[in-house]
Design a binder for this molecule. Structure first.
Ligand code: AMP
Length: 455
């Protein structure tokens, strides 16, 4: 089994890894670090939870330290592009902690906060710049940053970038980068539009793909409670009375919904805050910090705001509303069961959300056990108004799929699955609908398998 000592990283990084209590590289780290250290381009198919940040941060820090150059004013040596501010902050945090002893400067550039502190940080030049595309372009246009000295560029969560409409920004940014550079490209999925973007961005890349053999979903105890929409808020308060719920993420579909739910919880003496795109950066950071520090027990979030949030110890994820994109369900519940831990996910499903539930069960290939609020499965099964699978027309299922997947006892299903958990037909259909589609799963260290090939 590969150890961090075998990968060729410098001593300062190995010390930081040990301090971070990582005992063994994750599959993507074992496969990606050696070629990136050699200066190769990389196409990484992996999602949050697989350890992909360290897979690029560690070799980049190594190469920057070995290069032993100072960044010129208004330039950066490594540029990491991230779709959201939260992810950008977290990536920068990881660079700072892994690079603690390497004496390299790390800065962030994203919207929602003032330009001036960023302008000042860039004026001196930085070794590592983590940026969202929009604000990065603002700096380029204002002449407060040039990209002609970039040695390594990372495009992280490329599929999410495209979902958020950053495709033109990325192309413009690519044009401003030097031709001679190292490029790393990460995406959870590789539909055709992403593959095209990657092809224009990378030169002779090593391809590393992490296919979780058993996904996060399977390690999470999942339940669904059927409930009328108007009774959900009262039920949520009842659920939160359970002392086992030490740190919960509650998901709503809309920003206003998140605010309403957070207010209702706070009114019921459950300290909670909402996090979504209408909040200022400082409000979002404060809510996240309070949640991480345990000052609030519940964080109510929308899908985009929660993307990439890496908070350990989330005991429960509650889907106050089910997402209409099944992959979002997988991402949501993946916020619990981080770093090898198990977790619990409770979904509140109203009559008009049953179709969403069916889609989720199709994508995850699991039947989610119905319970009542006391966790009584039999009663819930009796009160569930309609059968969830049997009434549907016969679906074409991918080869090897267990049709009924009898999992009514809450046991995790460990059957075989194809990449992304969907047939190609389903995948294409979803693309045609323009959904932000991503492969599901990820996050289980031991279960991941990585394939490294050149193409
Ligand atoms: P990422 O996929 O980069 O968002 O990482 C997910 C989580 O796994 C983060 O909390 C990391 O700190 C953690 N992590 C990354 N690499 C390792 C490792 N080799 N061993 C244990 N945890 C890790």
């Amino acid at each position: 089994m590969t150890s961090f000592n075998d990968l060729g990283l410098n001593q300062a990084l190995l010390t930081a890894i040990t301090a971070g209590k990582y005992t063994q590289p994750t599959p993507i780290q074992a496969q990606a670090i050696p070629p990136v250290l050699q200066g190769r381009d990389l196409l990484g198919i992996a999602q949050t939870g697989t350890g992909k940040t360290a897979a690029f941060a560690l070799p980049i820090l190594h190469r920057l330290a070995a290069g032993n150059r100072r960044p010129a004013p208004k330039t950066c040596r490594a540029l990491i592009l991230s779709p959201t501010r939260e992810l950008a902050s977290q990536i920068a945090e990881k660079f700072r902690s892994y690079g603690h002893d390497s004496k390299l400067s790390v800065a962030t550039v994203f919207g929602g906060v003032g330009m001036n502190p960023q302008v000042q940080a860039l004026a001196r030049g930085v070794d590592v710049l983590v940026a969202t595309p929009g604000r990065l372009m603002d700096h380029m246009q204002q002449g407060t940053l040039r990209l002609d000295a970039v040695e390594t560029v990372v495009l992280d969560e490329a599929d999410q970038m495209l979902d958020l409409g950053f495709v033109h920004a990325i192309k413009r940014i690519s044009q401003a980068l030097p031709k001679q550079r190292q490029s790393l490209f990460f995406s959870a999925t590789m539909p055709q539009n992403i593959a095209q973007l990657a092809a224009g961005f990378l030169k002779d890349p090593v391809r590393v793909e992490v296919t979780p053999a058993a996904t996060t979903v399977e390690r999470i105890d999942q339940q669904v409670i059927f409930i009328e929409a108007e009774r959900k808020r009262a039920l949520l308060l009842e659920i939160m009375a359970n002392p086992d719920i030490t740190r919960a993420l509650v998901f709503t579909r809309t920003k206003h919904g998140a605010d309403r739910v957070a207010r209702h919880l706070a009114g019921g003496n459950v300290p909670a805050a909402a996090i979504h795109g209408n909040k200022s950066q400082s409000q979002r950071e404060r809510a996240l910090a309070d949640f991480k520090a345990g000052r609030i027990r519940v964080l109510v979030a929308t899908d985009i705001a929660a993307r990439g949030i890496d908070v350990t110890g989330v005991s429960h994820v509650v889907n106050f509303e089910l997402p209409n994109v099944p992959e979002s369900y997988v991402h949501r519940i993946g916020r619990t069961a981080r770093a090898g831990k198990d977790g619990m996910a409770i979904s509140l499903c109203s009559q008009d959300e049953r179709a969403y539930l069916r889609d989720i069960e199709k994508v995850t290939r699991q039947r989610i056990a119905a319970t009542d609020r006391r966790g009584d499965e039999k009663l819930a099964a009796a009160t569930a108004a309609e059968p969830r699978h049997e009434s549907r027309p016969q679906q074409q299922r991918p080869h090897g799929q267990n049709r009924n997947n009898p999992r009514g006892n809450g046991q995790r299903h460990g059957g075989p699955r194809s990449e992304g958990g969907r047939s190609d037909g389903q995948r294409q259909q979803r693309q045609g609908q323009g959904h932000g589609q991503r492969s599901h799963g990820g996050g289980q260290r031991s279960g991941q398998q990585a394939k490294a090939t050149t193409h």
